[in-house]
Write a protein that binds this ligand. Sequence first.
Ligand SMILES: Nc1ncnc2c1ncn2[C@@H]1O[C@H](COP(=O)(O)OP(=O)(O)OP(=O)(O)O)[C@@H](O)[C@H]1O
Ligand SMILES: [Mg+2]
Length: 350
Amino acid sequence: MSDLHEQVMAALGTVIEPELHRDIVSLNMVRDLEIEGDTARFTIVLTTPACPLKDVFVKLCNEAVIGTVNGINKLDIRWDSQVPQDSRIHGRLNVPMKSIIAVASGKGGVGKSTVATNLAVALAESGAKVGLMDADILNPNLPQMMGTGVGRPRVANGKMVPIEAYGVKIISTGYLSDPDKPMILRGPLLHGAIRQFFTDVDWGELDYMIVDLPPGTGDAPLSLAQSFPLTGVIVVTQPQGVAVSDALRSVAMFEMLKVPVLGIVENMVGEFFGAGGGQVLAEERNLAFLGQIPMQAEVRQGGDFGRPVVVAHPDSEAGRAFHDLAQAVAARVSVVMLQADNVIPIDIIE
Ligand SMILES: Nc1ncnc2c1ncn2[C@@H]1O[C@H](COP(=O)(O)OP(=O)(O)OP(=O)(O)O)[C@@H](O)[C@H]1O
Ligand SMILES: [Mg+2]
């Protein structure tokens, strides 16, 4: 490495990643530095393609290098991304998934499936490889909400091929059963069905597996949350007090199970249910507040007609809120993975 290379790297080593609070060189985010004339060209490898901080990095890198390193007057920054690997997933499931994120709630009907679908689609739009699993085995809603209908998945090489919509790979018991008949499955079978959804489905490589859980803190969500390694959970609540009390129980359950709570989402914010309950809960429990989603007819229509609002009305208030939510969740996933002892992040240089 030339002197100039070393000086540029040293200067970039003063740039702190705003979410992870570590410098971008020791995080191994700076790669392939080349110097041509007075230009330093390098790639920044983000921890998620859904990173909203590119402009911030450009500014911070310029401030760190230009005027500090003699002979360099220009930066040419390229972008790449690599979601960190949650190592427990390999240990326990042996599937090529980087992270598994559950969407949960204390109370039913608060918008878990709506959040799960819009989050999955928004992450896929950012360029991530995304899977979406309906762990609401008995009341599957994802086939309708993702507009796929209930066609059967193909089987290839002994594995089920997930159904794809809006760039997201989906599996649901809705694809495997008669849509008009109730499904009757008891605890151990539920457990087994979910495990099979991980191991007997040909997911390919995934950056984010989003799991839509059934509501509450009863048997089903509890045993599901224990049947696979979870990188983190998002707890959805409506703003009103009753929903918030139930969300608190859900948070407590995941804390007992030692599943990291990525944060709280407040859904259906507006005149009807009010606003602010989710944020207060986050503050009281010292959790991240991931965002507010307004109560809007377009959101409900998106679910009913199988075109999530992030696709159907990306510029509506709710569309933008879900887009921002995806970025907030992706950032929290990176943070949680880099904080956890049992997780091997992207090859960090110590
Ligand atoms: N922000 C919103 N604005 C308007 N309607 C919404 C919003 N969020 C969800 N809905 C609607 O509310 C209903 C319940 O939402 P959803 O099915 O996502 O909740 P859930 O928590 O998954 O329910 P369950 O506990 O039964 O699984 C759906 O009809 C959905 O379209
Ligand atoms: Mg649901």
